[in-house]
Design a protein around this ligand. Structure first.
Ligand code: PFF
Length: 462
């Protein structure tokens, strides 16, 4: 039998399409669902301030590092980490390459479940499920969804199907086409919602809530929460940015792209706050309602608005669903690129196999909301006590390996790769900006992120 030809490594049509895709990856449930409630739970302005600092000091340098590894190697993550032929510890860097393939698959298992909720809510809003809500009914609808294995699995499967369908079509006709349609739509919906919220809601209070820091609220825990949120929100440590970077051509400036992604992601997170807080404050509902802020509190607010509320509700959940899809495709891409470029399987099949693998695990994650809620697979190990399947995968993928990956990549770029290689790839010359970036990835990021990692994983500061 003839050996199959390895798939050719494609390129983005332009720097702008890369930006749409990378911002699409970064902007997701993390910005619109998670950021507002984490801000609310962590005292508002103080959290936002620390978050912004972390994006600048850790986020941008790491985005640049991951983009550089991808672009220089022109290969998917595992091959990319191998291609630099560094003199020491190649085994370790191989392991990091594997981790850049597996972490996104782990994230997909729980991300797709929440993406499924957004589909359920978007359709529910469209057909009027949330009209005429009675006291307590919104919480009940959310609880019923969580309690139903069939519903959770159905919506999760739909989300997986959409993701696989897009990734199977490849870079140009799959990913690019999707982000070209969904990203402008996402932005337009967000602007409409922010305008509406700031005209009808309590904009002034929201502004001071998000931008007046109460310095007494800054604690090590808050810094850690902000760091975790920033990593997740910028899609760091999980293959997406690295593989998207590998589709960049040499004429595009990595530092500019990194700053663009960080800026747009942060801007959208703040806009999401301005879409949600003004109406939440104006309607006097609990703004620190945790994960239920979007799925329980907002339907109540939309309902109280009367007829127009249904339109805004539909727009809001469509926004969430679009944001989720442009992130899930970036999470599946690293594994699919790696499989299809290895020359053993074609892309559509690679997408189906990889999709089936995380869909299967996703079923157990979905069931962790109900029938498997009390099953603790590694409960006998103190560190993992009290973590059910969803909790465990979430903790390992998002808190441990994602952060660890980021730290190791900083060490790789700062210490293992030749300085002349990074110097050339960054295109900044031996300038002050290059030197600052290099010092950040050599010293500040590894030390800072190790502290975060030790705390998140082992709770040393708690
Ligand atoms: N950045 C996405 C969000 O904020 O929802 C989540 C994410 C996407 C994380 C892609 C990691 C990744 F590789």
């Amino acid at each position: 039998m003839n050996k199959m030809q390895a798939a050719k490594h494609e390129h983005w049509s332009s720097g702008f399409t890369f930006l749409l895709a990378a911002v699409g990856s970064a902007v997701g449930l993390g910005n619109i669902w998670r950021f507002p409630y984490v801000v609310a739970e962590n005292g508002g302005g103080a959290f936002v301030l620390i978050y912004l600092a972390i994006v600048v000091v850790f986020g941008i340098p790491l985005l640049m590092s991951e983009l550089m590894i991808g672009r220089k190697s022109q290969k998917p993550p595992l091959d990319a980490m191998r291609s630099f032929k560094v003199s020491k510890a190649q085994r370790l860097w191989d392991a990091v390459g594997w981790s850049y393939l597996l972490v996104p698959m782990g994230i997909l298992t729980f991300y797709s479940v929440v993406a499924g909720w957004t589909l359920d809510y978007a359709i529910g809003m469209g057909i009027g499920t949330f009209n005429d809500l009675k006291e307590g009914e919104s919480a009940q609808i959310f609880a019923d969804l969580q309690a139903s294995p069939a519903k959770l699995i159905f919506w999760m499967t739909l989300s997986v199907g959409i993701t696989v369908g897009i990734v199977a079509r490849g870079l140009k006709s799959g990913l690019e086409q999707t982000v070209k349609i969904l990203m402008p739509a996402l932005f337009a919906i967000l602007v409409i919602l922010v305008l509406y919220a700031s005209i009808t809601g309590d904009f002034v209070r929201s502004f001071s809530f998000m931008f007046t820091p109460d310095f007494s609220k800054i604690t090590p825990e808050l810094v850690l929460m902000a760091a975790g949120q920033a990593f997740f929100s910028l899609s760091l440590g999980s293959g997406a940015i690295m593989v998207y970077g590998s589709y960049l051509t040499k004429d595009i400036s990595i530092p500019k792209m990194a700053v663009g992604v960080a800026f747009a992601d942060t801007f959208v997170a703040l806009l999401a706050g301005f879409a949600i807080f003004p109406i939440v404050f104006a309607f006097g509902v609990d703004h620190a309602a945790g994960p239920g802020l979007v799925f329980v509190t907002l339907p109540i607010v939309f309902n109280d608005m009367g007829g127009i509320g249904q339109v805004f509700g539909l727009l809001f959940f469509l926004l969430l669903a679009f944001a989720a899809v442009t992130s899930t495709i970036s999470l599946l891409e690293p594994m699919v690129a790696q499989l299809s470029e290895s020359g053993k399987i074609k892309r559509p099949r690679a997408a189906i196999y990889a999709g089936a693998a995380f869909w299967f695990v996703g079923i157990f994650v979905a069931l962790s909301n109900n029938i498997l809620a009390e099953v603790y697979p590694l409960g006998f190990i103190p560190l993992f006590a009290g973590m059910n399947i969803e909790g465990l995968i979430n903790f390992l993928a998002a808190n441990v390996f994602m952060v660890l990956n980021g730290m190791l990549v900083a060490i790789f770029v700062g210490w293992a790769v030749k300085r002349s290689v990074t110097l050339e790839e960054m295109g900044l010359g031996d300038s002050v900006i290059f030197k600052i970036w290099f010092a950040l990835v050599r010293f500040v990021v590894p030390v800072g992120v190790s502290l975060i990692f030790l705390d998140v994983a082992f709770g040393i500061f708690q």
